[in-house]
Ligand binder design. Structure first.
Ligand SMILES: [Zn+2]
Length: 280
C-alpha cells in the first residue's frame, strides 16, 4: 500500500512541497503571477511580493536557513530556506537600511537583514521570523519587496499557486516554542458582542520586539478579568466596556500564549484580550 501511494504521487506529478505554506511576508503583501516575465538579462524566476521596508519575513515551511549575505553595502541580502523534501525557498532583496529610508547604511547584517540570533544553518519553523523586507541588491531604490522563489531540486518552479493558498499569519514567532509571548494590536473597535471584541488592526507589536503595520480584522475573546482603561490627558483611568464606542481607536494586549501556528493564524476567538485601552 505504501508503494502504491508513492507511485500514485509520482504519476500525478505531485510536487514534493507542502500544500500549505505560511505566506512569507506578514502584513502588506501584494503579488501577481509574474513568474517567467522577461527581466534584464533573463527571466523572472519567482514572484515579487510588494510590501514595505522592515516588514517581517517568515519561514514558509519548517527547514534550515542558509544565509547568503553580501559583504558590500549595496550587495544583495538573501537566504535559502531548505525543506527536508528537497524544496528550497529563496528570499531575495532583504533589508539593508538602518532607518525607514533607503539609506543603504545597514548592510546585510544581523538585526538589519535578518533577526538578531539567527545563525546560518539554524532549523526554523513555519511562521518564524527569518528576515526583514527591503530593497537590497538590484532592487535598490524601488519599492521594497520580497522576491520569492521555489526550487524543487534545482528546477525553478512557479510559487504562485502556493502563495495563493498560503496562510496569512498575524505575527511572526521567535525560535522558542516554550517561551510565552503576547501581541499588542492598535486599530479601531468594530464590534463588541457575545463576549467577543472585534477590531480592525492598523499596527502590531510583539513581546519579542517586532513592530509593523498590518491591516486585518481580529476577533478576541473578552475574559471577565480583562483590564479596561480609557486614555485621558492625565493618563489611563479605569473604564468599562459599556463606555466603548464602536469606531473609536483602541490598543489591545493579548494574554500570554505559546507561539504555535494556530495562534499565529489568529482565527476569531483564538486570542484573548488582557489589557484594553480605549483611545477615543
Ligand atoms: Zn523579482
Amino acid at each position: 500500500m505504501l508503494l502504491a501511494g508513492v507511485f500514485a504521487g509520482t504519476a500525478y506529478g505531485a510536487p514534493p512541497v507542502p500544500q500549505t505554506i505560511a505566506f512569507p511576508v506578514v502584513g502588506p503583501g501584494r503579488f501577481t503571477d509574474d513568474y517567467g516575465d522577461p527581466r534584464w538579462g533573463g527571466w523572472h524566476q519567482g514572484n515579487d511580493i510588494m510590501s514595505r521596508r522592515w516588514q517581517p519575513a517568515v519561514a514558509a515551511v519548517n527547514g534550515r536557513v542558509d544565509l547568503h549575505m553580501s559583504s558590500t553595502a549595496r550587495g544583495t541580502c538573501m537566504l535559502y530556506l531548505r525543506h527536508a523534501s528537497g524544496a528550497t525557498y529563496v528570499y531575495i532583496h532583504l533589508n539593508n537600511d538602518l532607518t525607514m529610508q533607503n539609506d543603504n547604511r545597514g548592510g546585510c547584517r544581523e538585526g538589519v537583514a535578518y533577526p538578531v540570533g539567527l545563525k546560518d544553518g539554524d532549523f526554523v519553523r513555519r511562521g518564524q521570523l527569518i528576515g526583514y523586507v527591503g530593497d537590497s541588491g538590484d532592487a535598490d531604490g524601488i519599492q521594497p519587496h520580497l522576491h520569492f522563489e521555489l526550487r524543487v531540486g534545482r528546477a525553478p518552479t512557479n510559487p504562485y499557486e502556493y502563495l495563493r493558498r498560503a496562510r496569512r499569519i498575524l505575527f511572526p514567532r521567535g525560535p522558542s516554542l516554550t517561551e510565552a509571548m503576547t501581541i499588542t494590536l492598535s486599530g479601531r473597535l468594530k464590534a463588541l458582542e457575545n463576549g467577543q471584541f472585534a477590531m480592525r488592526s492598523a499596527s502590531a507589536s510583539t513581546s519579542l520586539g517586532v513592530k509593523y503595520p498590518i491591516t486585518r480584522r481580529v476577533v478576541l475573546t473578552l475574559p471577565d478579568d480583562a483590564l479596561v482603561q480609557r486614555s485621558t490627558d492625565a493618563g489611563p483611568v479605569g473604564a468599562g466596556l459599556r463606555d466603548a464606542v464602536v469606531g473609536e481607536r483602541v490598543t489591545v494586549q493579548t494574554t500570554a500564549f505559546l507561539p504555535y501556528f494556530s495562534y499565529q493564524l489568529a482565527a476569531p476567538g483564538v486570542l484573548a484580550s488582557a489589557n484594553i485601552l480605549l483611545r477615543g
